[in-house]
Ligand binder design. Structure first.
Ligand code: ADP
Ligand code: ZN
Ligand code: ZN
Length: 708
């Protein structure tokens, strides 16, 4: 009798070990391979698994092993993809199965449908053939159109061999032509018709513009788009085309970073500093960092593009660990917008009583800004007014007692949304747990009928703008308005089409959109993000302001639009504003680097958070305290390693659970890795999965958190 075939399989559970199964060649009709996607019996049900080892023996009794029940009609995950998953699993201290399986699209995880899939794929191919090419209206910047700076950048990129690891920072302000440069670079790489390239972008649903542009650049290349917004089936097919090497261009958000691509030759991470590259649940990876690791592993170049690089990337480029290419001019020659810091504490910036035509209207913006908007309207240019809070007002309050619209389930306030935003009625809504309530007629505590709103959101500003400039065409763009009737893309088209004079919205308007006629951008709530317990708050605010400023002052075919940005603040002297005033990105980064160095913060230290979630805060804190005591008793808290005291999270209570965290910090990556592994194995030995046996506390380890 031939020896049995035993495969080791990992499943999507927080279990560090794999499980042995028998492989019946006759029944399954194929030989097992490492990377095969299979269905296995598990407990009382069946699960999807990945084969990670093939052998002829097991540590368990062969007779007692169950058999693999089905194999997916897919090629196995290639060795490089498995190396990437292994690395991610190890680095982020997350089980291998839990790392791999969530990256496989839903469509491939339904074994009952596996038989039908080859047919579906064939049908899809037919459909694609029939579909006529969409028209491209985008202007193509070919190599011959590049300006001097772009040409030099492209030449430099071409000196890097395609079979050597290079990380390259391409730094240049918004509109300096970075995209034009990297698309021309990729064109060269794609001349090899088997080569694949990965183009990562933050939040693709907001950037169909880039998708169109890439399609227009590469009309005869097969391209797939991978992000959470595409339908399950489309995503399944896109993933299939990427993992079989059929698609040459893979454009996607962070989730695309983990897609198998057997012929990957180059990677571009656009807006590499963007926080949306960080996954915030499950395995909390950084898609950018994994992409760099992947490029290193494959010995290929990776280009990181940004107007405001992350401190990590910028320092690596300055130190020569990354190649450094800069574009210092705006491609179409437009000048940088002038920055105005409007000091809201200065009475001269404010309206005085007789200033307003309708004295009833209480101004929500400064006189300085209002005058600038009026002038911009006269000049027939669009204005963009940003406030990073959707809804009407962040809190409803009672003037008679101290009642505030707190969420029952969270330690946060419920936001007032006027009719039309989330539905036909005005409601209170919690942005953390999603709880929605009808607005009370009178105070639930004292019965007072005069409830007042505190603060302001996009809706309130929209109302105000409409009263202030009754003849202006006003459009609100936030996730509420884009979810409602029109999709975000349609709203953007309204702006592009010039059907709008004033746009009120959240940060989402500023992302990746190439507007042609914005003369003025205003930021109303910068201060709320200036002071925060999170040491990265200023870095993030600076990046957002630069990006926002980049939306103003592009030149159009009708001539140059010289833009201006107005920032209302009580603290114009703050460093982040002062560097912005001078458009000094490097100055700001170097200032921030010094601050971090003095404080011993990342990138000068490595961090991890241990999250704990329980029914009560006390329990969560106690759980983390005893973890800390354990580490101390084991002698793990020693040179270079710091373990802080457990603290409640900024939003401590969400949906009825209370949350705390423990910060672990080290000046040495390896030291941190070892500590995290020790923490993981200690917590595991006291848990079922990731829930502690005693006290039922849900825990999770997060490496390189981006907000503390
Ligand atoms: P970035 O990626 O740095 O924001 P883009 O490559 O998107 O810059 O370029 C900004 C705008 O300038 C785009 O509309 C693009 O088509 C245009 N553009 C880029 N390079 C040139 C060039 N050499 N000549 C004219 N227009 C250009
Ligand atoms: Zn009251
Ligand atoms: Zn809530």
């Amino acid at each position: 009798m031939p020896p049995p075939i035993v495969v080791q399989v990992v499943v999507d559970k927080p279990l560090t070990q794999g499980f042995d199964y028998l492989w019946d060649k006759e029944m399954l009709g194929s030989r097992p391979e490492v990377g095969s996607i299979v269905e296995v019996p598990f407990g009382r049900s069946h699960l999807i698994g990945i084969v990670i080892k093939v052998s002829t023996h097991s540590e368990y009794e062969i007779e007692k092993l169950k058999g693999v029940t089905r194999v997916a009609p897919l090629p196995s995950l290639d060795p490089a993809a498995l190396r990437l998953m292994n690395f991610a699993s190890h680095y982020y201290v997350h089980a291998l199965g839990e790392t791999i399986i969530p990256t496989i699209p839903q469509m491939w995880k339904k074994p009952e449908d596996w038989e039908k899939i080859p047919k579906k794929l064939a049908a899809d191919k037919e459909k694609k053939k029939k579909k006529s090419d969409p028209e491209f209206t985008e202007e193509l910047i070919d190599e011959s159109h590049l300006n001097q700076g772009q040409k030099i950048a492209l030449e430099k990129l071409r000196t890097f061999s395609s079979d050597e690891f290079r990380a390259i920072l391409l730094q240049g302000q918004t509109g300096s032509g970075k995209t034009a440069v990297f698309l021309n670079w990729l064109r060269g790489i794609l001349e090899d018709t088997s080569a694949q390239v990965l183009l990562l972008v933050p939040e693709i649903n907001l950037t169909p513009q880039l998708e169109r542009r890439v399609r227009a650049y590469f009309p005869d290349k097969s391209m797939v788009v991978l992000h959470s917004g595409v339908s399950e089936k489309v995503r399944g097919i896109a993933w299939y085309e990427a993992m079989t090497g059929k698609a040459q261009i893979i454009l996607g958000t962070r989730l695309a970073a983990l897609t198998p691509m057997p012929n990957l030759r180059a990677v571009v991470v656009d807006e590499e500093h963007d926080p949306s590259y960080k996954q915030q649940d499950g395995i909390r990876y950084s898609a950018r960092d994994l992409a760099v690791w992947r490029a290193h592993d494959l010995k290929i170049p990776i280009l990181l593009a940004s107007a405001t690089p992350s401190l990590e990337t910028w320092m690596a480029a300055r130190a020569g660990r990354y190649e450094y290419i800069r574009l210092d001019q705006r491609a179409q020659g437009a000048s940088l917008p002038k920055v105005h810091l409007v000091n809201t504490r200065d009475p001269q910036t404010q309206f005085s009583p007789g200033d307003l035509e309708k004295p009833k209207v209480k101004s929500l913006i400064t006189k300085t800004l209002a005058n600038a908007v009026s002038k911009n309207l006269e000049g027939k240019q669009q204005s963009l007014i940003l406030i990073n809070r959707r809804g009407y007002a962040p809190v409803l309050s009672c003037g008679a007692c101290s009642w505030l619209s707190k969420c029952d389930q969270c330690s946060s306030y419920m936001v007032l949304h006027k009719a039309g935003a989330l539905g036909r009625k005005s409601v209170l809504s919690c942005h953390h747990c999603g709880l929605v309530k009808i607005i009370p007629n009178h105070c639930p505590d004292c019965g007072n009928a005069d409830l007042k709103t505190l603060g302001q959101g996009t809706q309130k500003i929209e109302d105000f703008i409409e009263e202030m400039w009754p003849s202006a065409r006003v459009l609100r763009v936030d996730t509420d308005s884009s979810r409602k009737s029109k999709g975000a893309e349609e709203l953007f088209q309204e702006i592009h089409g010039g059907n709008v004079d004033i746009v009120v919205g959240t940060q989402m308007i500023a992302k990746g959109h190439d507007y042609q006629n914005i003369g003025l951008v205003a930021v109303l709530d910068a201060d709320s993000r200036l002071f925060s317990q999170d040491f990265r708050a200023a870095e993030r605010l600076f990046a957002q302001l630069v990006q926002v400023a980049g939306r103003a002052g592009r030149s159009s075919k009708d001539g140059e639009v010289s833009g201006a940005i107005y920032i209302e603040t009580q603290f114009p002297e703050a460093a982040v504003f002062q560097f912005l005033l001078r458009h000094d990105v490097d100055g700001f980064l170097s200032f921030t680097a010094n601050e971090r160095k003095e404080a011993g913060l990342p990138p000068f230290a490595y961090q991890a958070l241990i999250h704990a979630e329980a029914k009560s805060l006390d329990k969560a804190i106690q759980f983390l305290s005893s973890l800390k005591s354990h580490l101390r008793a084991q002698g793990l808290i020693s040179n270079g390693l710091k373990v802080y005291d457990p603290v409640p999270k900024a939003v401590m209570r969400v949906a009825g659970s209370e949350r705390a965290q423990l910060l672990v910090e080290s000046d040495n990556r390896k030291n941190l890795q070892e500590t995290l592994e020790a923490i993981d194995s200690y917590l595991r030995s006291h848990s079922q999965g990731r829930i502690s046996k005693e006290g039922r506390i849900r825990w999770l380890i997060e490496r390189d958190p981006i907000s503390i």
